[in-house]
Design a protein. Structure first.
Length: 212
């Protein structure tokens, strides 16, 4: 398949509404409906394409990356738990990029001497050069996105006052004394809520951080 043919098919993909996507996840995960599985894979093909195009590589290599990324997408669909509240795109992009990077690593010896692979600041670089930077950047971004989403979900499970204190201190950069005044609490109470909230978050995220 040519890239132009793939793009023609990609243009036919319609973005799902949240309700439509939820219904598909329920149909596949609860009912084993393979038609729902196929529709989910098709609807997230643009994510595979967008990820592959981050590398400015020859068309043949891009098509290989799309193929590998689609395998990663399928794995993500099969392993995703829609009840956890994590956006599927954040969950899937890690597997998609991982598959692509593994492919580039395997093929690096064959691709090393391709001319014009990538232009960086006016000079030509090999895939070996670009892969080092790409691996670090992609892995770091995927990990950061996933951890941020997990932290957001964990924050939502905290008691209301602990949420308010942690949001005020770490997101809004409020001074403890100003926060205490707005919440009609003592400064010592603010510090106590802050410590309690941090302790709860560490407990909720300990398993995740340990496996990362």
């Amino acid at each position: 398949m040519l890239l132009s043919e793939y793009l023609t098919e990609l243009k036919k993909v319609r973005t799902l509404t949240p309700d439509e996507e939820l219904a598909l996840w329920q149909g596949y995960k609860a009912g084993g409906d393979l038609a729902c599985r196929r529709r989910l894979i098709e609807s997230y093909q643009p994510l595979v394409f967008k990820t592959a195009m981050r590398w400015r590589l020859p068309e043949a290599v891009i098509l290989d990356l799309i193929q590998e990324g689609t395998v990663g997408l399928i794995e993500a669909v099969e392993n995703y738990d829609h009840t956890r509240g994590i956006a599927f795109s954040l969950f899937a992009v890690h597997r998609i990029r991982g598959r692509m990077l593994n492919h580039l690593s395997r093929e690096d010896d064959n691709l090393l001497h391709i001319d014009g692979v990538m232009a960086t600041e006016g000079r030509q670089v090999s895939i070996a050069d670009s892969l080092v930077d790409a691996q670090a950047e992609v892995a770091a971004q995927a990990e950061q996105n996933y951890l941020v989403e997990e932290l957001r979900l964990a924050m939502g499970r905290l008691p209301a006052k602990e949420q308010q204190v942690l949001s005020g201190v770490y997101l809004d950069n409020c001074e403890p004394k100003d926060l205490a005044a707005s919440m009609e609490l003592s400064v010592s109470h603010i510090y106590r809520l802050q410590k309690q909230g941090i302790r709860r978050l560490r407990g909720m995220l300990s398993k995740l951080m340990g496996n990362w």
